[in-house]
Ligand binder design. Structure first.
Ligand SMILES: Nc1ncnc2c1ncn2[C@@H]1O[C@H](COP(=O)(O)OP(=O)(O)OP(=O)(O)O)[C@@H](O)[C@H]1O
Ligand SMILES: [Mg+2]
Length: 636
């Protein structure tokens, strides 16, 4: 099942959803096409209602209240006559008929409005959910070096805030895409039709107001776009800051850096505020500007329309509907502005999402020559391996490394910090790929295995390891989902973890805080080892994994390994010579090169560097003893 899951993941990585340099947005629309279509259609129903409504009101005012039917349109005349069964009947039935028409229109508008909004939301939420899932899937495919490129905060922002921006835009687009132009065109048609019918020139008001508004809208969009892009980048910075701080809040506290961190946060936050203000000031400016235009236009309509009414060219009802139409035209322009503003933010977010989606996972097994092959013996060989983290940097992190490890043996790796030990072993499960040379497992290039089979065969306890929230049992099952209690227990016993686990009140069911915060450093390391053991790997790599475990317990772990992992290749990186001195073979690493290989005795005799490390540790051990004695007396 695991294999199936990983396979589909890698398959997805080779084709959809992102090809080389673009995202296929259609993929997120297609399954919800009915919603994407129904939403806007229902919105048109609402717009039609909005356009018809003022006319119905005008009929009531002109023919119902003022009772002057001289220029009544022919089609309405029929209805009017129907309502007047006798010449002396009142206008009541006609007004009621018109009011009923208005109520019916309002009902239709409501259905259109609610339905349109409903389908719009349904479409946009689904769109966002699928997109988010794809970004997440892509991040899961990332290799270590892909992840090195983005910081975690930024990835989180892209998965949350940026997707939400797009979702909001899609939802607004679906609601406004037809509504704004529909209302604009509908109202314009009505105004011009009335002008033609009555011989007035009221549309001239619009001929002046619309271009002015259009210029304002254009300017706002031009100015707003870069500002909203900047806001998004600042949100990113803030998230990165918060993410780093909150994840490492314990370190912050232990260094009493709360004040410094607070100041740093305030600075980032102030920066975001400033950028946000400059963007929103524009939006704030927009509102009164638009209202000013709208009021000026209404005033002109009243002025010219009033004259028309007085000289009999227009009726009062016409004037009321004119004012409504003018407002509709201008507010539809306002909607367009909003839409473009959101578009500018959506484009900025879309670009950032694209960066993630188009980042090519640089370690895949698409070209694996023997994807079915699994690790059998656990032999490891490095042939002239060279590696740099930054491809353009001068110095090499691994420089022409060659070595050979026989399956089932125990190998210790020792060397000063930063010498490249972790980098060296990370080549085996392909956490990073070599720049030059090759790494072979069982005589086969690691690139020829499927990632699943290779990593199933190579168990690695990372130097910076973490546990996840959940119970101890849940965490151990990362190694083997199907493991029964006895198997879990056995692995924990080998890792010398069973003792402390059973001492907890809930035993294996004890909850670990996020990142395993409620166990000690050494306990955490032992849980990580147990988790790796459950994978039953052919090659087990422990990267400084017992550094926080006392020497006696560490010796028991080594003892257990000797008994139970006879056929497993054990590669142990350590700072303490005692951790590796019983190994079949010890590798000394210095500045990315292998400077010595041999047993403890051989190295002690031939390798000055190894001897220096040994001497310094022995010296420290002997000087440490009287020190602790002194401490004890002074304390006593
Ligand atoms: N992800 C990374 N990106 C860039 N440089 C890195 C990365 N990881 C390690 N390095 C650099 O590569 C070099 C080797 O690092 P590596 O982690 O392999 O050392 P190490 O021998 O494991 O050290 P330690 O004993 O402290 O764990 C160091 O100079 C380090 O700064
Ligand atoms: Mg290391």
């Amino acid at each position: 099942m695991n294999q199936q899951r990983l396979k589909t993941q890698t398959d997805a990585g080779t084709g959809s959803p992102a090809d080389e340099n673009r995202i296929r947005w259609g993929k997120y629309i297609k399954p919800y096409l009915p919603f994407f279509i129904l939403g806007p259609i229902l919105m048109i129903v609402e717009v039609l209602g909005e356009v018809v409504m003022p006319r119905l009101l005008a009929f009531i005012i002109d023919y119902g209240v003022k009772n002057d039917i001289t220029d009544m349109p022919a089609w309405l005349k029929g209805l009017y006559d129907l309502c007047h069964t006798s010449p002396e009947a009142t206008n009541g039935p006609f007004v009621v008929a018109m009011a009923a028409g208005m109520i019916l229109t309002a009902l239709l508008m409501m259905i259109g409005g609610v339905g349109g909004a409903y389908f719009g939301v349904k479409a946009s939420v689904n769109f966002a959910a699928d997109l988010r899932a794809d970004i997440y899937r892509r991040v899961q495919q990332f290799s270590f070096s892909n992840i090195d490129k983005f910081n975690t905060g930024s990835l989180v922002t892209r998965l949350t805030n940026d997707v939400t921006q797009l979702q909001n835009f899609v939802s607004t687009l679906l609601r406004m895409a037809f509504r704004a132009p529909g209302m604009l065109i509908g109202a314009l048609v009505m105004v011009i039709a009335m002008d033609v019918e009555k011989g007035t020139r009221m549309s001239l008001v619009l001929a002046v107001a619309v271009p002015i508004m259009a210029v304002v809208v254009f300017l706002l969009i031009r100015l707003g776009f870069p500002r909203f892009t900047a806001v998004q980048t600042k949100v990113d910075g803030l998230n990165a800051n918060v993410q780093e701080n909150i994840t490492n809040v314990r370190v912050v506290k232990s260094f009493v850096r709360e004040d410094y961190e607070m100041k740093r946060f305030e600075a980032t936050s102030a920066d975001l505020k400033k950028t946000g203000m400059s963007a929103w000031k524009l939006m704030v400016l927009m509102s009164p500007l638009m209202t000013l235009c709208m009021n000026a236009a209404s005033l002109s309509v009243l002025w010219f329309g009033g004259q028309n009414v007085m000289n009999g060219a227009m009726t009062t009802g016409d004037l009321t509907s004119f004012i409504t139409y003018i407002t509709q035209v201008l507010s539809s322009l306002m909607m367009v502005t909003m839409l473009f503003m959101q578009l500018s933010r959506a484009i900025a977010s879309g670009r950032r999402i694209k960066e993630v989606m188009c980042e090519k996972p640089d370690i895949t097994d698409a070209d694996a020559a023997q994807p079915e092959l699994t690790v059998q013996r656990g032999d490891v060989e490095f042939r002239h391996v060279t590696f740099r983290y930054y491809k353009d940097s001068e110095g090499k992190v691994l420089d022409d490394v060659s070595l050979s490890i026989k399956g089932g043996t125990t190998v210790g790796i020792i060397g000063s910090t930063g010498s490249g030990k972790s980098t060296l072993v990370s080549m085996i499960p392909r956490l990073y790929d070599t720049d030059e040379g090759e790494v072979l497992v069982d005589g086969v290039n690691v690139r020829d295995y499927s990632l699943y089979n290779l990593r199933e065969g190579v168990g690695m306890v990372l130097q910076k390891n973490v546990l996840f929230s959940g119970t101890i049992e849940d965490n151990l099952r990362w190694g083997d989902e199907q493991a029964d209690e006895a198997t879990l227990r056995k692995a924990a016993e080998s890792a010398q973890a069973d003792g402390f686990i059973t001492s907890f009140k809930n035993g294996y069911k004890s909850d670990l805080g996020q990142g395993g915060t409620n166990v000690s450093g050494g306990q955490k390391q032992r849980l990580c080892i147990a988790r790796a053991l459950l994978k039953k790997p052919k090659i087990l790599i422990l990267d400084d994994s017992t550094s926080a475990v006392d020497t006696a317990t560490e010796a028991r772990i080594r003892e257990a390994f000797r008994g139970e992992l006879k056929d497993t290749t054990k590669i142990i990186i350590a700072q303490r010579i005692t951790s590796v001195m019983e190994a079949d073979q010890i590798i000394v690493v210095n500045e990315g090169r292998i400077t010595g290989v041999g047993t403890h005795e051989e190295l002690l005799a031939n390798n000055t560097e190894y001897k220096e490390i040994y001497d310094s540790q022995m010296e420290a051990a002997t000087t440490a003893a009287p020190l602790s004695g002194k401490e004890a007396t002074s304390l006593g």
